[in-house]
Design a protein around this ligand. Structure first.
Ligand code: CU
Length: 122
């Protein structure tokens, strides 16, 4: 199980613990310890692709193409409208070995620093 801490305090950040998990069923819990709403989206990372390098689009968000899943349901599982401060969301995914970038994709939050790497490896 992973614990994600997000915070809206400046600078915004997102941490993944543990940052390395075995492949298979992975339950992610995102706890918002910040002061504004956040979300967590799991995106694939191509070989050699560093985190923080996704192009930010006109709406100040990054593409969610290839998303493996999302935890943004306040006090609930899966997709929703965002996690309010103090609350959590969770999602259970089946992840293959590889590198993933876990992001908050609220406008401006990715560019603000809310991204972290999750490695799925034996
Ligand atoms: Cu955020």
């Amino acid at each position: 199980m992973n614990l994600f801490d997000t915070t809206g305090a400046a600078p915004m950040r997102l941490t993944v613990k543990p940052a390395k998990v075995p492949p298979g069923t992975v339950s992610l819990r995102a706890s918002n310890t910040g002061t504004i709403a956040h979300e967590v989206v799991v995106l694939p990372l191509a070989a050699g692709q560093a985190i923080g390098k996704r192009p930010v689009e006109a709406d100040n968000r990054v593409s969610e193409a290839g998303s493996l899943g999302e935890a943004s349901h306040n006090c609930g599982e899966g997709k929703g409208g965002g996690i309010a401060p103090v609350f959590s969301s969770w999602v259970t995914l089946t992840l293959k070995p590889g590198r993933y970038e876990v992001v908050c994709n609220f406008a401006g939050h990715y560019a603000g620093g809310m991204r972290a790497e999750l490695d799925v490896t034996q």
